[in-house]
Design a protein around this ligand. Structure first.
Ligand code: G
Ligand code: G
Ligand code: MN
Length: 245
């Protein structure tokens, strides 16, 4: 019960309204306080505990957020980080089904973020898994895109819907021309492959304006919202929704 969800909003670039959120795990340690995931996720992965921990994170998120579904726009994204190893287990299908069942039918989109840093080995299981997830309407995003080495066939094999451009590329905006060309190529590739694009780590207006002008659909970063604990996320969600209504 010490591993809890934090939520970071993802905005639509054209109107900057909340279009979804990424669920980020935190360890609320009784003595150490809040522990960042980079300090414990590697151990959780190594021990295999990451699978029940992620399941618990999905359950906690459904309990916290489902009562507020009507304050989320239709198609609101809720994204979880999933490790490659988790994709070798068909249990993930049931976890996703349960999560979706907690919300009004068709109201939200469940997104699984798979990091590009660890590639999923295609097996009979992954084939079955991704077909079933697709059937359920679960969307797949490649996280930290540009930092790993996924091929075009990899993106096709796993039926990818979104690319999340790594924050290291966003940080290149306004720095030098060469870096910007690299970023531009990643955005163009995403558009040519007909994938949705999310830029991570957006911290200032210059980055936001640049990415919006380049047609990146979704933005995430401290400029819009920090990762928030459940209560704060819900309060912020409600106040925004009320202003629009
Ligand atoms: O949350 P932060 O803001 O500190 O995230 C640091 C790293 O930990 C990121 O790479 C993020 O993808 C990863 N991370 C956060 N939550 C989870 C999770 O629930 N599962 C996995 N596998 N990784 C996570
Ligand atoms: O899952 P992923 O590897 O994309 O994790 C996102 C990480 O980036 C989390 O650690 C999150 O806290 C962090 N993050 C989110 N927004 C920003 C930002 O605007 N700037 C920086 N430096 N980090 C961010
Ligand atoms: Mn992520």
């Amino acid at each position: 019960g010490e591993f809890i969800p934090y939520f970071q909003a993802i905005v639509r670039s054209d109107n900057k309204q909340w279009a979804g959120a990424e669920v980020l795990m935190r360890w609320q340690h009784p003595r150490e306080g809040l522990v960042r995931p980079d300090l414990f996720i590697p151990f959780a992965e190594h021990s295999g505990l990451i699978i029940p921990m992620t399941r618990s994170l999905m359950q906690q998120t459904a309990i916290l957020l489902a009562p507020y579904a009507q304050h989320m726009e239709p198609g609101f994204h809720l994204a979880f980080n999933i490790t490659a190893r988790h994709c070798q287990e068909l249990d993930l299908i049931e976890d996703c089904r349960h999560f979706l069942q907690a919300f009004p039918p068709g109201h939200i989109k469940l997104v699984l973020e798979l990091t590009e840093r660890e590639l999923i080995v295609p097996t009979e299981i992954t084939h079955q898994l991704f077909a079933a997830l697709h059937e359920l309407g679960v969307m797949i995003a490649i996280d930290d895109f540009g930092t790993g080495h996924s091929s075009l066939s990899y993106l096709r094999t796993f039926n990818v819907d979104y690319l999340k451009i790594d924050q290291s590329f966003v940080a290149m905006i306004g720095v030098d021309a060469l870096s910007r060309h690299i970023l531009d190529s990643v955005i163009e590739l995403s558009a040519k492959l007909n994938l949705g694009t999310v830029a991570e780590g957006v911290e200032n207006e210059e980055q936001s304006d640049y990415l919006t002008a380049k047609g990146v659909e979704y933005l995430q970063g401290y400029l819009f919202a920090r990762p928030l604990i459940g209560d704060q996320f819900i309060t912020s969600l409600l106040s925004r929704f009320d202003k629009r209504a």
